[in-house]
Design a protein around this ligand. Structure first.
Ligand code: GUN
Length: 290
């Protein structure tokens, strides 16, 4: 069984990015700047923002965070977006999701300048992704494609089952996996809460992508012998350990690992490559500004 090591793959990509930044510094050019807007203090969002800041530092990017109270109005948030759209020093930025319920997420995402939308969430970038036109790819799906490619996982002609149809992961990764490219060319089935015979569909997958958002949802009986399993989930699950919890994915790792040919661990699988995809998009945004 091959453990798909997201940390090592992410470190390799980061060192490639850091080399490019070094060349920019040597040429006296401005280094890339990634900003983030965080509304409220959701613990998972705080963790993501902290990882993003750490990763920026590692590769030599400038990084900034705009922290707004959870009671911020939609109008105030849109003002910050307008400010960042016009700040020539910022190459790209993200609005950390989820947003508080009183804010219309679609409206907020649509207000981001598509040229600075390094999350690839703006409808213009999503449309361009679907049409295989130059765009910013969303970070987690791009990270999954990097993991498959750099782990030498054969994808061409494989049956791929994606569980979960979110705008952030399931839907875009199903498009990228089905793309006409040597690094994709899968036959993709996208499963969701209304899918019939989910267990059987999952068990037919050569490549199974679990992006359900439910801890340890995928069990061994849902996985084909020799399948490749990509686990997008990350959850804190209470247990009897000293800490009182463990980190789990959407896949019941211990039993599924015995059955599959390759699997991503949680943590240390998809997460690290998500962050480097965001860095890659920011580098691209910086180059687009030349
Ligand atoms: N929340 C969970 N994942 C993401 C992501 O990739 N980008 C943003 N902006 N928010 C998220």
């Amino acid at each position: 069984m091959q453990l798909i090591d997201g940390k090592t793959i992410a470190a390799a990509v980061k060192s490639e990015i850091a080399n490019e930044v070094k060349k920019m510094i040597d040429a006296d050019l401005r280094t890339p700047h990634l900003a983030a807007i965080l509304v409220g203090s959701d613990p998972a969002s705080e963790t993501y923002i902290a990882s993003k800041e750490r990763a920026c530092k590692e590769v030599g990017f400038t990084s900034s965070v705009y922290r707004l109270s959870e009671h911020t109005t939609e109008e105030e948030l849109l003002k910050t977006i307008d400010f960042l759209n016009n700040d020539e020093d910022v190459d790209g930025y993200i609005v950390q999701l989820p947003l508080p319920k009183h804010i219309n997420t679609d409206k907020v995402i649509s207000a981001i300048d598509p040229k600075k939308d390094v999350d690839g969430f703006h409808p213009q970038n999503v449309g361009r992704m679907v049409m295989d036109m130059p765009c910013f790819l969303p970070a987690t799906p791009a990270g999954i494609m990097t993991l498959l490619e750099r782990s030498n996982i054969e994808t061409e002609g494989k049956n791929c089952v994606v569980v979960g149809r979110s705008n952030i992961v399931g839907t875009p990764v199903s498009i990228l996996l089905s793309r006409n490219s040597k690094k994709a060319n899968c036959t993709v089935t996208l499963c969701h809460s209304r899918t019939k015979n989910l267990k059987e569909v999952c068990a037919s997958a050569d490549i199974l992508v679990a992006a359900i958002g439910k801890p340890e949802f995928i069990t061994a009986d849902m996985v084909k012998e020799g399948a490749v399993v990509i686990d997008v989930g990350i959850h804190r699950v209470e247990d009897n350990s000293e800490k009182g919890y463990k980190i789990a994915g959407d896949v019941k790792f211990d039993e599924v690992a015995l059955k599959c040919s390759a699997i991503t661990p949680v943590p240390g699988g998809v997460g690290p490559t998500t962050i480097v995809s965001l860095l890659n998009n920011t580098l691209k945004a910086r180059k687009n500004n030349d």
